[in-house]
Write a protein that binds this ligand. Structure first.
Ligand SMILES: Cc1cc2nc3c(=O)[nH]c(=O)nc-3n(C[C@H](O)[C@H](O)[C@H](O)COP(=O)(O)O)c2cc1C
Length: 222
């Protein structure tokens, strides 16, 4: 599966089969986690065979079932933490999809205390979100998207920009709010969050998708 097929086929999956992730895949994901941490300075951790974090009332309300693996997105507190978590978290989501695994971004509907108890964390660090991980009962379904014009304004755009927007529109956002705007300034692209719940995390996620769709060689971030 290519990374573009991964973007197309990825949907949030909240119900998982009782089937462990094979060791070879755990190792491959661990390598990707290590690469993300080395590049970003985050302290992302993969936790397998742990049912506590998704066993409470919150997880039940959130319609989660069978979750026994997750990726904890942890990093040092600071103004850029949320966006960085979004960017690298989504890299891991697409990697998992390419390995045949399903995921869901989770900010609220799990037990943060249980996640923290299973991770290493310093006082100046924060658990921002978790990615549930495993073999889904089903592959999920595509979200409804705002129109492209609503996310980048009207008017003719270069082909690479349109491809970037198409990729961004496939990206997950908290409660599917899609509170982001892309604008083209020459060959530079400005991306901003327009407010809302976890919209800085969303911004990192959509920027990662935009780069993949548009091709990094075609533009710079303004
Ligand atoms: C930052 C972030 C936080 C999220 N938090 C939760 C959550 O706490 N519980 C939940 O069930 N889904 C959560 N989601 C999943 C979104 O509801 C989902 O991504 C969105 O509806 C789009 O659907 P899709 O992922 O299938 O494309 C979160 C998504 C993001 C990006």
């Amino acid at each position: 599966m290519t990374i573009f097929e991964a973007m197309e086929s990825r949907h949030s999956v909240r119900a998982y089969q009782d089937k462990p992730i094979p060791q070879a895949l755990v190792q491959e994901l661990s390598r990707e986690v290590a690469a993300c941490n080395a590049e970003s300075g985050l302290r992302i951790q993969l936790v397998t065979g742990e049912k506590d974090a998704f066993s409470g009332l919150m997880a039940h309300y959130g319609k989660f079932s069978g979750v026994s693996n997750y990726i904890a997105l942890i990093g040092r507190k600071g103004p850029d933490l949320d966006e960085t978590v979004g960017y690298y978290g989504q890299r891991l989501v697409l990697k998992a999809q390419m390995l045949g695994l399903n995921t869901c971004w989770v900010a609220m509907t799990m037990k943060k205390g249980a996640v923290k108890a299973n991770c290493k964390m310093d006082k100046d660090e924060k658990l921002v979100c978790v990615l549930s991980l495993g073999y889904g009962v089903n592959p999920g379904k595509a979200h409804k998207s705002k129109a492209m014009e609503a996310l980048c304004g009207p008017g003719q755009k270069p082909d690479w920009f349109v491809k970037g927007m198409q990729a961004a529109m496939l990206a997950p956002t908290a409660m599917n709010q899609q509170k982001f705007q892309f604008t083209l300034e020459g060959s530079a692209v400005k991306a901003r969050a327009t407010g809302g719940f976890y919209s800085k995390v969303d911004l990192g996620i959509v920027k990662y998708h935009f780069e993949l769709g548009a091709g990094k060689e075609n533009f710079t971030w303004a």
